[in-house]
Design a protein around this ligand. Structure first.
Ligand code: NAD
Ligand code: FE2
Length: 386
């Protein structure tokens, strides 16, 4: 039996100053821009439409994207797509706009396949890496479950990285999305499907987060830091696209679907607990004769971040401390109780259902330690008032 792996990059990445000029040269003439209402009303949209006009392209705008890509809004987008019949979609926004666009193209072409339709993804947050991944996370609002759809056909043909589009991201969103980048890098680094290619990409993304994420949070106009984090987001996306993620994401998807906790924030809050679970190490641990496989890899990450590496237990604990320090510095709540938006009755009443959905989530398969339902319930329970 062959057990070889394939590392493939399906998306051409245009980056650096003037990258949006690529829009002038696109090999498509009829373009549907898909974005959210905030971006549609802002000056930012001119940065997209000006080069399209200069290139003589026809375009229309669907600006009805809402956070977390609910299926109802995707259906509206499919209707718009079928009515306008574009040659390509230009997705402009955070993960919600890019994931909605991926799902809209996928479903519309299943209904009416009239040939290839291009997808150009232009992120306006430094977070999801969706511009280069074959994932689209959609939200079944009736069932209160978020599903990652995974298919090569979802992948964008081109990505354009221009940090100017991220300048206006407010500090709280910079914090949440930046921790999403870090979580992608860390989960893909310890995933059971990690490989040398994914590891190289994740290591660079971690190094950039360690130096530049707080700088972006403290000064959104620090364009050097913004540019670095924009690239880190894409690197981490490429990494998890080949190596997968883990239960931080599986569990965060449920907190997003049931309690509308922003995606990156849910990851950031869960991550210290998942590191402790995957390593089977916590603040009370002593050194051990043998360690779980993730421990060595967490130690490498601690080393890249410049944290102490006296021994493995201390390395894992310093990584957990670093994550919790980042949460505090960027005013991300540590617990569900601290969010102030969820009652204990509602939270504890939802845990059993969230645990089932998290176990069934596509991201769980690559977690370095196989969780039981009780393990997931324990982590959700700790998260209430840690
Ligand atoms: N496809 C993937 O590979 C992947 C990976 C991780 C997460 N996701 C999904 O992506 C979604 C989250 O995406 P996100 O974190 O980018 O958030 P988002 O797209 O929901 O945007 C968050 C908020 O930031 C605003 N915003 C976006 N760009 C802005 C800008 N330049 N200036 C000011 N405000 C701006 C948006 O209007 C929105 O209110 C979730 O549904 C998550 O599950 C997808
Ligand atoms: Fe994510």
């Amino acid at each position: 039996m062959n057990s070889y792996k394939t590392f493939e990059m399906r998306t051409a990445i245009h980056f650096g100053e003037g990258a949006l000029g690529r829009l002038k040269e696109l090999p498509y003439n009829r373009i549907l821009i898909i974005t959210d209402p905030y971006i549609a009303k802002s000056e930012m949209l001119n940065l997209i439409t000006d080069p399209l006009k200069a290139g003589g392209k026809e375009f229309d705008v669907f600006s009805d994207v809402v956070p977390d890509a609910p299926v109802g809004k995707i259906a509206d987008g499919v209707a718009k797509f079928l009515q306008y019949q574009p040659e390509a979609i230009v997705a402009v926004g955070g993960g919600s706009a890019m994931d909605s666009s991926k799902a809209i193209r996928e479903f519309a072409l299943k209904i009416n396949n009239y040939g290839k339709v291009g997808l150009i993804a232009i992120p306006t947050t430094s977070g999801t890496g969706s511009e280069v991944t074959s994932f689209a996370v959609v939200n079944d609002t009736d069932a209160h479950v978020k599903y990652p759809l995974v298919a090569d056909s979802l992948t964008a043909d081109e990505a354009i990285l221009d940090a100017e589009l991220v300048r206006s991201v407010p500090p709280a969103v910079t914090a949440d999305t930046g921790m999403d980048v870090f979580t992608h890098a860390l989960e893909s680094y310890v995933s059971t499907a990690h490989n040398e290619f994914s590891a190289a990409l994740a290591e660079k993304a971690v190094e950039i987060c360690g130096v530049f994420l707080l700088r972006c949070y403290l000064d959104g106009n620090d364009m050097h830091a913004r540019q670095k984090m924009h690239v880190a987001s894409c690197l981490a996306g490429l990494s998890f696209n080949t190596a997968g993620l883990g239960i931080t994401h599986s569990m965060a998807h449920q907190l997003g679907a049931v309690f509308h906790v922003p995606h990156g924030r849910a990851n950031a809050m869960l991550l210290p607990h998942v590191v402790e679970f995957n390593a089977n190490i916590n603040k009370r641990s002593r050194s051990q004769k043998e360690y779980l496989p993730a421990v060595k890899r967490y130690s490498n990450i601690a080393h890249i971040l410049g944290l102490s590496s006296y021994n493995k237990v201390m390395s894992v604990n310093s990584l957990v401390n670093w994550i919790q320090f980042m949460l505090k510095e960027m005013n991300i709540p540590m617990s569900i109780q601290d969010l102030g938006t969820v009652t204990p009755d509602k939270y504890f009443g939802a845990i059993d259902r969230m645990a089932d959905a998290a176990l069934a989530d596509a991201c769980t398969a690559n977690n370095p330690r196989i969780p039981t339902k009780e393990d997931i319930i324990e982590i959700y329970t700790k998260l209430w008032d840690c």
